[in-house]
Ligand binder design. Sequence first.
Ligand SMILES: [Zn+2]
Length: 305
Amino acid sequence: MAYNQNQPKREQNDSDNKKLVHCRFCKSKNVVKKGYRKTEKRGKIQRYLCRKCGKAFTLDEGFYRMRNNEKIIAMSIDMYFSNLSSRKMRNQLHRHMNTKISHVSVLDWARRFTLKVHKFVDKLNPSDLGKGYYADGTKIDRQGTKDTFWACVDWKTRMIVGTHYSLREGNKEAVTFLKKSVRKGLPNYIQVDSAKFYPRAFRRTFYSNKVGGLKVEHRTQNTLKTGRYNVRIETVFSKIKDRVDDFRGLKALWSAPILLAGVVLQHNYIEAHTTTNEIPCALAGLDLQTGQNRWLGLIRLASVC
Ligand SMILES: [Zn+2]
């Protein structure tokens, strides 16, 4: 009986997927399942027939024409962003999946699929964000440079709601960052540290008519007084710092923002937060039904939607 109890859930998922399937050629949703295509590494892949234009097709589930097994790819990306060293990753993949994967391949997959998934989740609108945001910047040492990675965290869900990558700090960059942070919802306040460019940036962003005359309270945490640093989101930021320290690919300017976007995806959509015990996106009202293998689920969603 226990087995049967699982059945309705599977059917549910299946019909959800069906709604998403549309013809690769004419975009019609009038399609039927029609046999399988055999592939060497990815097994049998469902083939569809379009009733409108009559063409047969398989879905691009994100791994179209990739030689390696999609589970190995998703697993590698997950391990990479959860900060496993490349040597440990190689050993794990070799022991458990009997496969040899180079660091270059993993880095390539991490960037490629981060871009794809990022583009998809950027269009989603979380319904349950809180009213208090905490923002901070992390210095990125890219072989001697002092870039800044700005991130804004919603306290209620721990979701990272806005990020910005810049080569310097200052009023203009702060304005860009603040605007990006309120795209999905306007909080009552945003707490930042006492950096001198924030007051002007807040005035320019929230107290003029530029964002419809909306008001967001600017709260400051005086680090000199408390000796602490935006305590509430410290865990989020120390996590980012940990990951950044180990990124070899961060040497290149084009690569750094993509890998940081991957770190944000890992935080928002893959891992349960240690305090809330929930994945931030779930708390924020985004139930994406990605299944246990969340990277794999996200890549598939991003590819068929
Ligand atoms: Zn068609």
